[in-house]
Ligand binder design. Structure first.
Ligand SMILES: *[C@@H]1O[C@H](CO)[C@@H](O)[C@H](O)[C@H]1NC(C)=O
Ligand SMILES: *[C@@H]1O[C@H](CO)[C@@H](O)[C@H](O)[C@H]1NC(C)=O
Ligand SMILES: *[C@@H]1O[C@H](CO)[C@@H](O)[C@H](O)[C@H]1NC(C)=O
Ligand SMILES: *[C@@H]1O[C@H](CO)[C@@H](O)[C@H](O)[C@H]1NC(C)=O
Length: 425
């Protein structure tokens, strides 16, 4: 139990415990269940899923949760019950960004009312107003808010990418090239849970303290802790085969673990960054024992949650943008001897450099630290963008008389006094 921390064990114990309770409820058991009755009664809300008729599928609240059922979304003004989601098969809840407001204080009866006071719902209202007054940009998308009115778990930049974010609209690990069906393919549960745990603890978790994620923010289906490997569900991280023995890390393959996939997994479980990290630590600790003092200044790579290299990497005298394999991206590097080193490094995120490396169409323009240039131009039109590349002001034609003012405004919105030199091409 050397590398396994308390926090990880805590998470694992919950998983194992809830699995133990139900050793009966394996995938096998569920596949034999007759879900016809439950699924035939799926209300039209869950089948239609348009702006006025929608619902959420939940596991049927019967033994083992094998079948899905539908929880209808109520519309604004519909009757509801305060304080009780009512998980009965005929249940319903106020829809997205709606909350059940009681009619009489302390009485359970209420009606569904718009949550209007969260940042996300305010952003939606602002978007709708901009559409009405014709100040909306062509790359701006209406915010997606979750049921509580908080920011939804992902955000897309048309033509570029879709990335995971926290409920506070902070970008977190996990992204995919732009997809109009991100809703179905970008769950972000692994990276969102990591974010919650590390925020709670006030520090980043080390390798081996948390389950490994996939590049899209899902859980990696193969997990190894202390050389014992097992399968988990990509979306919720729960053990897939609770009754199966774990497999020695030296023995993992598609023959021993049903979740092992040669397209994603390597026979050596560790991905390049976590391998370098663990090898460096191991070498250092051997050295430590020999000379009996702590070695400071060993240089460990920064890994992202899938065990590959994080976008920003540090060397003795520079920071550079890295691809997942650890290679520097183009010329994106800031060296200690540069005048603006401190300013550039402070805000460095390499989000633009990474986006450039996966976009095939028009590539975004980046600062030398790999951040987005505050203004991006395309087909004769320019737009202001934020640190993740989201458009934040309606685009303007390059030939417009207000172009120079616009450019300055973009720079100011990103905290620059003028447009940085490398963006002026
Ligand atoms: C959603 O679908 C229902 C049933 O087909 C239809 O009556 C309703 O008008 C649709 N709403 C929208 C906004 O398309
Ligand atoms: C359009 O609406 C937005 C959002 O409310 C507002 O900030 C902006 O000032 C409006 N612009 C004009 C020209 O009315
Ligand atoms: C895994 O297998 C290796 C090589 O067969 C062995 O040395 C090691 O002790 C095993 N580990 C565990 C946890 O059983
Ligand atoms: C494992 O992978 C090999 C080679 O990719 C393949 O030939 C074999 O059928 C696979 N075995 C199983 C159980 O999927």
């Amino acid at each position: 139990m050397t590398r396994v921390s308390f926090y990880f064990l805590f998470a694992l114990i919950i998983t194992v415990y809830s699995a133990d309770e139900n050793t009966l409820c394996t995938k096998d058991y569920c596949s034999k269940q007759d879900c016809k009755n439950a699924n035939n009664n799926v209300p039209e809300e869950c089948r239609i899923q348009n702006a006025t008729h929608s619902g959420i599928f939940l596991p049927y609240p019967g033994p083992c949760n094998c079948c899905d059922y539908c929880l209808k979304n109520l519309a604004e003004g519909d009757d509801c019950t305060v304080g009780d989601v009512g998980l009965s098969p005929s249940g319903s809840v106020c829809g997205n960004a709606l909350t059940c407001e009681e009619l009489v204080e302390k009485e359970p009866e209420g009606t569904c009312q718009l949550i209007s006071n969260t940042e996300c719902t305010k952003a939606q209202f602002a978007f709708d107003e901009k559409v009405n007054n014709d100040t909306i940009g062509h790359m701006e998308l209406r915010e997606i808010c979750d049921r509580r009115g908080l920011y939804g778990h992902y955000k897309c930049i048309p033509g570029e990418n879709c990335y995971c974010r926290s409920n506070e609209n902070k970008r977190i690990f996990g992204d995919i090239p732009y997809s109009s069906i991100a809703n179905h393919v970008l769950n972000c549960a692994c990276s969102a849970t990591y974010e919650e745990v590390s925020t709670f603890l006030g520090r980043n978790l080390k390798i081996g303290e948390f389950l490994r994620c996939q590049s899209n923010g899902d859980y990696d289906t193969v997990q190894c802790i202390d050389d014992e490997c097992f399968c988990v569900d990509a979306v919720d991280g729960a053990l897939t085969y609770p009754s199966q023995d774990t497999v020695n890390i030296t023995m993992i393959s598609n023959e021993t673990l049903p979740c092992f996939d040669y397209e994603i997994h390597k026979e050596n479980y560790y991905n390049p960054c976590e391998k370098e990290y663990l090898d460096t630590l191991e070498a250092a600790s051997i050295f430590e024992e020999e000379v009996d003092y702590v070695v400071f200044g060993i240089s460990l790579p920064t890994c992202q949650l899938d065990g590959y290299y994080a976008p920003v990497q540090k060397t003795k005298d520079s920071y550079y943008c890295s691809d997942p394999e650890g290679n520097q991206l183009e010329g994106f590097k800031v060296s200690l001897n540069e005048n603006d080193y401190t300013d550039m490094v402070k805000i460095m995120n390499c989000a633009c450099a990474r986006a450039r490396s996966i976009t095939t169409e028009q590539k975004p323009e980046c600062l030398k630290n790999g951040n987005y240039c505050p203004m991006q131009c395309r087909r004769g039109f320019c737009r202001c963008v934020d640190e993740n590349g989201n458009q934040i002001k309606k685009e303007i034609s390059i030939t417009s008389s207000e172009y120079n003012d616009y450019e300055l405004e973009c720079a100011n919105m990103s905290g620059f006094s003028e447009v940085p030199e490398e963006c002026m091409k």
